[in-house]
Design a protein around this ligand. Structure first.
Ligand SMILES: Cc1cc2nc3c(=O)[nH]c(=O)nc-3n(C[C@H](O)[C@H](O)[C@H](O)COP(=O)(O)OP(=O)(O)OC[C@H]3O[C@@H](n4cnc5c(N)ncnc54)[C@H](O)[C@@H]3O)c2cc1C
Length: 204
């Protein structure tokens, strides 16, 4: 699995803090002056209060775009259920998956006999896929491809949706592969905008 934080809103924390202050400032004053005058300490205090109160619309102004590869279609099927997001995924309709990559769950990897059977199934499907490609359009041949097949996807979510996504997918009850992805996305978000995610943890 490879996860890259491709792009994110610059000065995300300051921006969200200024948006929150705009809503509540008691006296009229120049927005840019307020924005530029915000100290780090003030940004921290405002964001902590806002997130504690659940006034999360102000953090929708910050968005994060990830490039993800080497994950299974089983994972992306779960990922795209998160609707407040934008997705661009490699098409199995237009892209020929010669010798397709696939994810092997640890439970299968750890069992020698099952691991061998799994590999045989994948090789069989790859061979059949090639045969089908000779006889039917790519969009139909892809029906023989498994959930394990790896894929590539670009995902954009705002900080509010990301927090929701992390809460659901970092949970112990979440499926292991999407949990691994969520943990890595959270780590990357915390590197660039720690205040927006500091109260969210992903236990091992
Ligand atoms: C552990 C786990 C197991 C799961 N198992 C299954 C399963 O067996 N089968 C299955 O089908 N799904 C399953 N899911 C997926 C789950 O049902 C949700 O589809 C997925 O987590 C997306 O979450 P969401 O709908 O809250 O959020 P998002 O789509 O990310 O939306 C964020 C929030 O926006 C609001 N929102 C978005 N769209 C609407 C809308 N149309 N109407 C009203 N409010 C909206 C809601 O408040 C929502 O929580 C599972 C999820 C988890 C975490």
């Amino acid at each position: 699995m490879r996860v890259v934080l491709l792009a994110y809103t610059p000065n995300a924390e300051r921006l969200c803090c200024a948006a929150a202050k705009l809503c509540h400032e008691k006296e009229e004053r120049d927005f840019m002056e307020m924005y530029e005058g915000l100290s780090d300490k003030h940004v921290r205090a405002v964001l902590r209060t806002v997130l504690k109160l659940g006034h999360e619309s102000v953090i929708e102004h910050a968005s994060f775009t990830f490039y993800i590869e080497g994950v299974s279609r089983a994972l992306t099927h779960q990922l795209v259920r998160h609707r407040i997001a934008s997705y661009s995924q490699q098409s199995q309709r237009h892209v020929t998956l010669k010798n397709f990559g696939y994810v092997v769950p640890d439970s299968i990897k750890e069992n020698e006999e099952l691991a061998k059977r799994y590999e045989d199934v994948m090789n069989y499907l790859a061979k059949e896929y090639d045969e089908f490609l000779k006889k039917v359009p790519k969009e139909d041949a892809r029906y023989v491809l498994p959930n394990a097949c790896t894929t590539k996807i670009v995902v954009t979510m705002n900080a509010r949706e990301l927090r929701h996504f992390f809460r659901l997918r970092c949970e112990k009850s979440a499926q292991w592969e999407i949990r691994k992805l969520a943990r890595e996305m959270l780590r990357l978000c915390k590197e660039v905008a720690p205040l927006l995610f500091e109260d969210i943890e992903c236990e091992d």
